[in-house]
Design a protein around this ligand. Structure first.
Ligand SMILES: Nc1ncnc2c1ncn2[C@@H]1O[C@H](COP(=O)(O)OP(=O)(O)OP(=O)(O)O)[C@@H](O)[C@H]1O
Ligand SMILES: [Mg+2]
Length: 230
């Protein structure tokens, strides 16, 4: 379980996070959305302890080493092959490459023929799949993903969405992710959070959206256009 309590962060005089509160349950997919500059990436950096909050508390029920993360920007090296990258990153995590998992996902991602190709020759979608493969091979308990499907074509977006749902349901991996794609958010999110003006201003799930006939895009626009609290 990830518990974020009254987290505040400012840069100079700019108050980015102004008391963020929420919980992401184990075994579920929690999706954080919010406009550009809302502070989603800042919050992820704080959760991963890459940056310190000014106030508030983060509790996470797993050790940091059991967390797999994908940043907004790819971190794999582009001047070496996918194979070399995966060898390096699994070594960093003190793991060995699980051949069965590797072959399964190389197949699924259609990357088998390019396993020994330098990443500088990859398209953005291929690199993104490589990033996810890196995380999957780390066999994490918890995945923290900052816009894992950004800049991908619709087909790859759907493939990655389905993959994340599968990892969640079959391997019981807890996922906390951000996304700007509200259609995707609705489909994948067990819990949906909207961050605006420094706070979580709306929290819901598929059931609430269905039962209350809420159009997520409409809700999002209402909140973002309406100023502070929607
Ligand atoms: N290291 C930093 N120094 C100063 N300002 C920062 C720093 N990091 C982030 N910011 C500011 O904090 C705000 C939130 O940025 P952040 O990247 O967290 O937003 P985001 O919600 O991830 O946006 P996006 O949807 O565009 O990825 C922005 O106004 C940004 O300029
Ligand atoms: Mg961001």
């Amino acid at each position: 379980m990830l518990k974020v309590k009254d987290v505040k962060k400012k840069f100079g005089s700019k108050k980015v996070l102004q008391g963020v509160n929420f919980q992401a349950q184990d075994g579920k997919i929690t999706v954080l959305c919010g406009p550009n500059g809302a502070g989603k990436t800042t919050l992820i950096r704080i959760i991963l302890k890459l940056m310190k909050q000014d106030e508030g508390e983060i509790r996470i029920s797993t050790n940091l080493k059991n967390i797999g993360f994908v940043f907004h920007k790819d971190i794999l090296f582009t001047d070496i092959t996918l194979k070399e990258n995966l060898l390096f990153f699994t070594k960093v995590k003190q793991k060995q490459i699980n051949k069965e998992i590797l072959n399964k996902y190389l197949d699924l991602f259609n990357l088998k023929d390019d396993y020994n190709t330098k990443l500088s020759k990859y398209s953005s979608g291929m690199k993104r799949k490589g990033e996810l493969l890196r995380v999957i091979l780390e066999e994490p308990e918890f995945m923290i993903l900052d816009e894992p499907t950004a800049n991908l074509d619709p087909l790859v977006k759907v493939e990655i969405r389905e993959l994340l749902m599968k990892l969640n349901s079959e391997k019981d991996i807890t996922i906390f992710m951000t996304s700007h794609n509200l259609d995707e958010v609705e489909k994948i999110g067990d819990k949906i959070l909207i961050l605006n003006a420094g706070k979580i201003v709306w929290e819901g799930d598929k059931k609430i959206l269905e039962n209350e006939k809420i159009d997520l895009e409409k809700k999002f626009l209402e909140i973002v256009r309406g100023g502070e609290n929607g």
